[in-house]
Design a protein around this ligand. Structure first.
Ligand SMILES: NC(=O)c1ccc[n+]([C@@H]2O[C@H](COP(=O)([O-])OP(=O)(O)OC[C@H]3O[C@@H](n4cnc5c(N)ncnc54)[C@H](O)[C@@H]3O)[C@@H](O)[C@H]2O)c1
Length: 475
């Protein structure tokens, strides 16, 4: 029963599971088999639990705040009963919104695990380097875990999280939100239905966006590997996970990768530029100017991301944003930061049976994270632009268009990633309420396998060599 719980959402995962059992040294017959006729990611109403699923939010920043809004949309399905965050503003915001009792408001997650279990699940939304410890501790206390991606920043820590959840018989959902996007799910359905025949090649682009990259990966939380993680893990573990998912039961056998920090370096600082945008005489000609990214948006009444991120202790207004740019990290010249993560990276993969895949992650784009994918098969070509899927059939030479409806509410904290944030929460809460891990699309086994692939790709980049997956030490 334990293993069925954690290991086997789908029949297609069975092969992955057997490999993973070896990695974790678990007997494969402990794993059980996927339920017949199961169809995940389609959303399901809760039937078992009559009272709302009780959750604790650990890390009430941008993501924790967003996910907690599921309780506002569906109070009958989820209740936020606890919060932990060292930032008073962040935890108070959630306490007020969800009427959390004083005794359940903490400035550190450790205080919660010292207490008797008082909720069904935990949403772990702390910074990248603070995932493993709370994930393992909460799993051991018997909480079901929704864990932000990346799972953790080392192979050992990712593996330890999966092991703790397995041994504690709790569900783990990693926030690979794209897996819950109805269009992404549709792509998998079309592949599995054979509409393009055998999948031969997958080409996938992650356009990070020029100001998004400057915000998050040059000035912000993910700029420096020692403080967070390498860019491929922080940004594109989603994308490798999608490629791995679309490749199906085929294992990736080899990977190579190249990438570096381009442009955002001291030597590219324009003549006459100051160290801070607020004092810079050439700021007007700079697309990465903090005045344009934050202050101009604020002046137009935009107080959401990325403006909200730079105001850590209060709601944004013009004075607070101005002060943050004068003194804080987000007002720095992009050519004078301590950034060291890649701004562009390519990953080439070969899967069993000769399926090849190529991922490009690039900072310098107009689109903000609007992925583009082309999947080439023996009978047709499938392309995806984030809005619709087109399938060109080689035999009939006709193109069919596919869309997928999302019932995610608009203009809430959960409308992010095209509504996929909502669908992730919907699936996790349903899984807990129904005691049914098959509703989770991003469970431990596939997620760990795709994370391992990310570590292999980064090792290839660092060593300038082709890496045979699973062999040798990972990055
Ligand atoms: N799934 C996605 O698409 C997606 C998107 C963005 C970020 N993320 C990931 O989500 C995580 C959180 O990102 P974010 O943008 O919300 O960051 P954030 O900085 O806004 O929030 C993190 C919060 O954790 C709090 N925290 C720090 N130490 C803590 C502790 N000991 N106990 C409790 N709380 C603590 C911080 O004070 C902060 O409020 C990161 O791992 C990030 O990589 C995922």
């Amino acid at each position: 029963m334990l293993a069925t719980y954690v290991w086997f959402p789908t029949r297609h995962n069975w092969f992955i599971c057997v490999r993973l059992c070896r990695l974790l040294e678990i007997e494969s017959d402990q794993c059980g088999r996927p339920a017949e006729g199961f169809d995940s990611c389609t959303g399901q109403q809760d039937t078992r639990m009559t009272s709302p699923v009780r959750v604790i939010v650990v890390g009430a920043g941008n993501r924790g705040d967003n996910y907690s809004q599921f309780a506002t949309i569906h109070p009958e399905r989820m209740k936020v009963v606890g919060v932990a965050d060292p930032r008073k503003f962040a935890r108070m915001k959630l306490q007020q919104r969800h009427k959390i009792e004083d005794e359940n408001v903490f400035n550190d997650w450790r205080s919660i695990v010292e207490r008797q279990k008082f909720a069904d699940a935990v949403l772990i939304c702390t910074p990248d380097r603070l995932h493993k410890e709370p994930a393992v501790a909460f799993a051991k206390k018997g909480y079901h875990v929704l864990l932000e991606k990346p799972m953790a920043t080392t192979v050992e820590d990712c593996t330890a999280i999966v092991r703790a959840c397995t041994e504690s018989d709790v569900m783990l959902s990693v926030a690979h939100v794209l897996r819950y996007d109805p269009l992404i799910h549709k792509i998998k359905e079309l592949i599995d239905a054979g509409v393009i025949g055998d999948v031969i090649h997958i080409q996938h682009l992650e356009p990070v966006g020029f100001y998004h990259f400057a915000h998050s990966f040059v000035r912000g939380n993910w700029r420096n590997q020692a403080e967070s993680s390498f860019a491929l893990l922080a940004k594109s573990c989603h994308d490798i996970d999608l490629i791995h998912h679309w490749a199906g039961a085929r294992r990736c056998v080899k990977v190579s990768s190249f990438g570096s920090v381009s442009h955002f370096k001291k030597e590219n600082k324009p003549a006459g530029a100051a160290d801070r945008c607020m004092e810079c005489s050439v700021e007007n000609d700079c697309p990465y100017s903090a005045c344009k990214i934050y202050l101009d948006r604020m002046k137009q009444g935009h107080t959401g991301w990325p403006v909200s991120v730079i105001c850590q202790s209060s709601l944004p207004d013009i004075e607070i944003v101005t002060e943050a740019l004068k003194t804080g990290p987000y007002g720095r010249c992009v050519y004078e930061c301590d950034n060291d993560v890649c701004s562009n990276q390519v990953v080439n993969m070969e899967f069993e049976g000769g399926l090849t895949a190529a991922l490009s992650m690039v900072a310098f784009t107009e689109e903000i994270c609007q992925r583009k994918t082309a999947i080439y098969g023996s009978k047709g070509e499938l392309s995806y632009d984030g809005h619709e899927i087109r399938v060109f059939d080689f035999l009939t030479q006709r193109t069919t268009k596919h869309t997928a409806l999302s019932n995610a509410p608009k203009n809430s904290g959960l409308s992010g990633h095209g509504g996929a944030d909502y669908h992730l929460m919907d699936a996790f809460i349903s899984a807990v309420a129904n005691n049914d891990p098959s509703l989770i699309c991003s469970g431990p086994e596939e997620t760990l396998m795709s994370h391992l692939l990310v570590f292999d790709a980064e090792r290839s980049r660092l060593e300038s060599s082709v890496v045979y997956c699973g062999e040798g030490k990972r990055a």
